[in-house]
Design a protein around this ligand. Structure first.
Ligand code: NAP
Length: 436
């Protein structure tokens, strides 16, 4: 029997559990730990609440979770309730699938001002992550700047623009919906330090901006490269640039009927966030691309007056004491998923915050191949019974998958009309709901 501990119940964690089941069938026991009492990580608190079809992938994880030899061990904090060293003693393999929950800092003056947020906290706020539920952003301002040209920047810009009706069918949490209903924001600037050909936005997500009830995208035609240069792009990127070209061609009279402008400001690198107490502006330097395609400052600066800044410039994994970490890349130091004997990583914790949800599946299967090579026909550590004895001795209040199904049922029952669920945003309330 092999005993595998997976730390993190997001996509990478569940794909790894699925791979372990395919590899060893009845000869493996998998425990999936999470610090929250609820599973699915990024699917629950990262994927945009209006992207329910993407969130639907959790049904696949549920079928893995309900296998007899796979167990959800919620409400357990690694490093506090149990250490990595203890887990390595108990399990034949420990796989860190902890994602990348921390914002990469922009490294500019003013990041600590009020109403300046990283996307981890801002997305966590509208998605009901307990850590960020009380963020309380001030949306009484007129201009928001979203820094970054990736899909998270698009998510944030869309959330700031949608009407209540457009959130029908989403699982945006009540506190965020109410705050957005009262928002006075009528200009969202999406700041990119490079140009239209260098965006990290995918066509479907970019195309959504054209169909917003209140928002209208604006692209300055002067920022677009000559049309014939598009043929050097790979097909997906070409489609994204097609969208930008169509935004640039929107006639002014159509734009006027939509009250919120979503303005792309390309070749613009943030240099300082201005204000005293709260943010009042963003200082930006115009850039040009150097011969390697990198943004290089031109020395020309200007200020965008704004009352809200959200940086969407990537994430970092949380380091764990005693586990080798690559500070620059913001992930665990690893060789194809191997960190130390018996210790592995997968997903964003392995490769950094890139790719789609599906990219984590081959990652999960890859790391299980490595574990299979390393364990061979061995294994046989204490595993589950060992952890259960330790949990009992430490009086840990473990939340099981069955408990989660009860929490889920209460969340579904208290959903507003048309919504799939109203999430609990407080860990205590989640735990209480399992006995409702
Ligand atoms: P991302 O795709 O890596 O984009 C980060 C953006 O931030 C890039 O445009 C980057 O510009 C910019 N940036 C980085 N450092 C900067 C700085 N110091 N100043 C200004 N700009 C800076 O990251 P993400 O948007 O956080 O997304 C993470 C992953 O999740 C991606 O793989 C994404 O596709 C995925 N995701 C997918 C969906 C979806 O499919 N619906 C939704 C959300 C997220 P440079 O290119 O110049 O570095």
């Amino acid at each position: 029997m092999r005993h595998i501990a997976i730390i993190g119940s997001g996509p990478a964690g569940y794909y790894t559990a699925e791979a372990a089941q395919k590899q060893w069938g009845e000869d493996v026991r998998v425990d999936i730990f999470d610090l929250l009492p609820v599973p699915y990580g990024l699917i629950r608190t990262g994927v945009a609440p209006d992207h329910q079809s993407i969130k639907g992938v959790s049904r696949r994880y549920e079928s893995t979770a309900q296998l007899d030899n796979v167990r959800f061990v919620g409400n357990v904090t690694i490093g506090e309730d149990i250490s990595i060293a203890e887990l390595r003693d108990l399990y034949d393999a420990v796989v860190l699938a902890t994602g990348a929950p921390n914002d990469k800092p922009a490294g500019i003056r003013g990041e600590g001002l009020e109403n300046v947020f990283g996307s981890a906290s801002f997305v966590g706020w509208y998605n009901g992550h307990p850590q960020f539920a009380k963020l309380n952003p001030d949306l009484s301002v007129r201009t928001a700047v979203v820094i970054g040209n990736g899909n998270v920047a698009l998510d944030v810009a869309r959330m700031l623009t949608k009407t209540t009706a457009e959130f029908t069918g989403s699982d945006i949490v009540g506190h965020a919906l109410h705050a957005l209903e009262k928002s006075r924001i009528d200009r969202v600037v999406i700041l990119g330090r490079r140009g239209p050909h260098q965006i990290a936005m995918t066509p479907k997500e970019l195309g959504e901006l054209a169909h917003l009830a209140r928002g209208c995208p604006r692209v300055d035609p002067a920022d677009l490269p000559a049309m014939d240069e598009d043929m050097f792009l790979e097909p997906g990127q070409r489609k994204s640039v097609d969208h930008l070209r169509s935004f640039a061609a929107i006639p002014e009279e159509f734009r006027c009927v939509k009250p919120v402008e979503i303005e792309f400001d390309f070749f613009a690198s943030p240099t300082a966030i201005l204000g005293e107490g709260s943010v009042t502006g963003l200082e930006v330097e115009r850039t040009a691309l150097d011969e390697n395609g990198r943004a290089s400052g031109t020395g020309q600066t200007y200020t965008i007056p704004c009352g809200l800044v959200v940086t969407c410039i990537g994430y970092k994994t949380s380091p764990i004491a005693g586990v080798p970490f690559e500070e620059n890349a913001g992930r665990f130091a690893n060789d194809e998923g191997r960190i130390l004997p018996g210790l592995y990583c997968v997903g964003w914790a392995r490769r950094g915050p890139s790719g789609t949800i599906g990219t984590n599946r081959p990652d999960g299967f890859g790391v299980i191949d490595k574990i299979a090579e390393d364990i061979g026909s061995g294994g046989g550590k204490a595993g589950r019974p060992g952890f259960d004895a330790l949990a009992e001795a430490r009086k840990l209040d473990v939340v099981t998958f069955r408990d989660w199904k009860k929490i889920e049922a209460v969340e579904e029952k208290r959903a507003r009309d048309g919504a799939p669920r109203e999430k609990f945003v407080d860990v205590g309330e989640m735990i209480k709901a399992r006995s409702d």
